[in-house]
Design a protein around this ligand. Sequence first.
Ligand SMILES: Cc1cc2nc3c(=O)[nH]c(=O)nc-3n(C[C@H](O)[C@H](O)[C@H](O)COP(=O)(O)O)c2cc1C
Ligand code: SF4
Length: 457
Amino acid sequence: MHLGLQKFSGVDVLPLVEGGKGVSVSNGFTCGAWAACGGVGTFSAVNADSYDENGDAIPQIYRGKSRNERRQELIEYAVAGAIAQAKIAREVSNDNGRIHMNALWEMGACEEILERVLEAAKGCIHGVVCGAGMPYALAEIASRFSVYYYPIVSSARAFSALFRRSFKKFQDFLGGIVYEDPWLAGGHNGLSNAENPQKPCNPYLRLVALRSTMNDFNLHQMPIIIAGGVWWLSEWSDYIDNKEIGPVAFQFGTRSIVTTECPVIKTWQSKLMSLKRGDVKLTQLSPTGFYSSAINTKMLANLLERQKRQVKIVEDSSIMVQVGSRTVCLDESFRENVEAWIQDGYTQAMMTPDNTVVFVTPEQSKQILHDQKNCSCCLSMCRFSSWCQQNGGTGKIPDPRSFCIQKTLQSIAHGGNLEDNLMFAGHLAYRFAEDPFYDNNFIPTTRQLIDRILTGY
Ligand SMILES: Cc1cc2nc3c(=O)[nH]c(=O)nc-3n(C[C@H](O)[C@H](O)[C@H](O)COP(=O)(O)O)c2cc1C
Ligand code: SF4
């Protein structure tokens, strides 16, 4: 197995890539450290921290009364944060490696944020990596700033659509394609409706299909960055120097959280190192509407339980409940369940957009309504609050089965209780506990991790 240098964003670097992680999990320090070792670092531009004159992170507090006012505040925080992280990354990297910026295509005002950051941080950012959605406009924006772009896709079909509709006109700055395994990767996952979350497909076949599509577009030499479930490179030796797959690089998302440079609290790293098989769940609870993979914390478990306390609304029945000012009839066959839930304190029925109600406690109901009211419009479209940046609302009923992702990711990134929050992680995270590299809770520096990865393990 030989992993030679490869061209990324204009220079030859180690084909080892830090996976971008919002909110504030991969930042200027982690990205700079990864680049300093000669690889590709990726800071998250999703509402990243900016700092005051003492170097303390500025808390992202929203004072605006209307959603539009809070949205403007969010954009200003996001722009300032990404610029701050880009500058830190540049300094830490000492001009080695490459610095990439990661954005969620479906984050609120993504295009405006990208444009303003690329303008203000010229020379600090070499590439933009975008997933969670179909980033058609990414190619034009990146090319305008002479910065390389890297779409994250989970299938050949998604790439084909992006290329035909947009990328073919901006090929000079297409830097590579991130293939993220939707059954294994941490964070949001690109599973399509046709794919079964319970039935993982073979990554080899999907990569061959992706390369074949890329070859149809004459992209034989364009690297594919393999992400999701990459642990030991020795396990990927069949994918390296393989004619069917072509040039590849490897991205590490979850593994790079357990490094001394990563800003997450120590207990987060300890939690990762104590996981067992099956502790990471693939669910469809995210307000983005995408599948996502996260540790089964108390918060996630509660949401999964909430989903089960769900009953269909029917035209007529003898079970009637009050939802706000409305009385609705529920499916008779759930009579015993409804009675038991109410007995257990889940006395409030909340409407979902799927013509069902879920039962929650009065405190939970209050919290859900409070979070929906305080929405700061972090997404282009939100299932949880029904916010939609095109017209202010999707017209759908806000979904109490989901949650405010901005609130929980900001909380966990800034010392909030792990169990009460969303902790994204990849499905191989249980391997921290099995890998002798982490014996005695060893937390490597980024350099030690990269050196280790280069040995194949
Ligand atoms: C805590 C966490 C947060 C993440 N946030 C993002 C993100 O904001 N944007 C993104 O493109 N990918 C995100 N990812 C995905 C990673 O960049 C990476 O592709 C993925 O974790 C690879 O799978 P692995 O965890 O098995 O290495 C996140 C992953 C984790 C674990
Ligand atoms: S309610 Fe939705 S759009 Fe609003 S801040 Fe929370 S996650 Fe973002």
